[in-house]
Design a protein around this ligand. Structure first.
Ligand code: PEP
Length: 257
């Protein structure tokens, strides 16, 4: 059985003091039963990670955390970048790679995304690899082949043990931050195609074990319906994850199943 993962992508929100307050409120609302049922993670800006690590270690919290991006290089003359060894040293479990905002605002292409996935894996962290189509692709009806092409490029030349460690997030761009959620059936269509592709490039066992998340305007009011779909194993949550009470409600979707 795949354990659901609810990961909050804070984007460029919350300074380190605000991050401490949000994490404290979040963990106050989540109990051991929740953590037994669902993996819970926050993905804050880089400047918050050390504060969150201190809280998690000091209070032995079961909350997981990670970063929103990583450099493909381990060190050197890359002004402004943060490397995988730096994130690993901060106890990060996850690194988001290939988020649509990185692809569009920072012009990240498949080749660099592939290198970032490899850098993350090389330092024992789990990439949350984002794929998804924009509105024009969705309207042309080629969204499944678009996502599969992104997947093949991002996961190129990964070994089977490496493929086994990947989390994939299907995030239709037209549903990110727009309030427009894909229907559960839309999410299932693409998540099931992603699982089939994992079987092609990996194996049946890898495909069955891979966690595939949906992302795009997830909130407590729609998570339960989305999670009913067979190939949706959790969510990457943007806007709603900044509110600790809302994120806790999303985590508690399991009480309705
Ligand atoms: C995201 O940023 O990954 C995301 C899904 O954002 P939102 O939930 O705000 O649509």
């Amino acid at each position: 059985m795949r354990k659901p993962l609810m990961a909050g992508n804070w984007k460029m929100n919350l300074n380190h003091l605000e991050a401490i307050a949000v994490v404290q409120k979040l963990v106050y609302s989540i109990n051991d039963k929740d953590y037994d049922a669902v993996d819970v993670a926050v993905l804050p800006p880089f400047t918050d990670i050390r504060s969150i690590q201190t809280l998690v270690d000091g209070d032995r919290l079961r909350l997981l955390y990670g970063a929103q991006d990583v450099s493909p290089s381990a060190n050197g003359a890359f002004t402004g970048d943060i490397s995988a060894p730096m994130l690993a040293k901060l106890g990060c479990t996850f690194v988001v790679v290939g988020h649509s905002e990185r692809r569009s605002v920072h012009k990240e292409e498949d080749g660099v995304i592939n290198k970032k996935i490899k850098a993350t894996l090389a330092h024992e962290m789990t990439p949350i690899f984002c794929v998804g189509e924009d509105l024009s692709v969705r309207e042309s009806g080629t969204h499944v082949s678009h996502v599969i092409r992104q997947m093949r490029a991002g996961l190129a030349n990964l070994s089977k043990p490496e493929l086994k460690k990947i989390v994939i997030a299907y995030e239709p761009i037209w549903a990110i931050g727009t309030g427009k959620t894909a229907t559960p059936q839309d999410a299932q269509e693409v998540c099931s195609a992603i699982r089939n592709e994992m079987e092609e490039i990996g194996s049946r066992e890898i495909a069955q074990d891979t966690r595939i998340l949906y992302g795009g305007s997830v909130k407590s009011a729609n998570i339960a319906e989305i999670m009913k779909e067979a190939d949706v194993d959790g969510a990457l949550i943007g806007g709603a994850s900044i509110d600790p009470e809302e994120l806790a409600k999303i985590v508690k979707f399991h009480q309705s199943t």
